[in-house]
Design a protein around this ligand. Structure first.
Ligand code: SF4
Ligand code: SF4
Length: 146
């Protein structure tokens, strides 16, 4: 059995934890919460620190200081924040007792499998700078997460 099948998220080493991230970049897209229903919507609008081409954070080590609303997942309770993650996120899947998808790099052995499966935000993310004046975040909702 592999470590992610044997260990809980809380028991993983820092290296194991980091290796779970598939690099899809979807968690770095802005979300909206419906005030009435509490439903969370994922938009295609990316955090300013996301390098869209690579789906990497420009300042990963300083991210919490530079972007206060960027949550360090290891420091937070999944029961509260798991629903803010994409349904395909490895942390959300394991937190919900589900297996990793077959395109996950830990299974395929290559990070390229994420884009090949159509899971990389690099294919559709955009920055606020490229939004038209008349556009709003709501115009860019691409999925509902709950
Ligand atoms: S959504 Fe999850 S798997 Fe994808 S980049 Fe974010 S933390 Fe990593
Ligand atoms: S600060 Fe970095 S890790 Fe956090 S949302 Fe922005 S790009 Fe993603």
């Amino acid at each position: 059995m592999s470590f992610w099948q044997e260990k809980s998220l809380a028991d993983m080493s820092p290296a194991e934890w980091e290796s779970l991230c598939d690099g899809c970049g979807q968690c770095c897209l802005h979300k909206l919460e419906d005030e009435d229903t509490g439903q969370v919507a994922l938009t295609r609008i990316a955090c300013d620190l996301l390098v869209i081409k690579t789906c990497r954070c420009r300042h990963y080590e300083q991210r919490s200081q530079l972007v206060p609303e960027c949550l360090d997942l290891q420091q937070h309770d999944f029961a509260t924040y798991g629903r803010w993650l994409p349904k395909t996120c490895a942390y959300r899947l394991l937190g919900e007792g589900k297996p990793l998808p077959d395109w996950h790099p830990l299974i395929t052995g290559t990070p390229a499998s994420v884009a090949a499966a159509g899971m990389s935000a690099a294919a559709y993310a955009k920055k606020t700078a490229s939004m038209k004046r008349s556009e709003d975040y709501e115009d860019h909702i691409i999925a509902w997460l709950d």
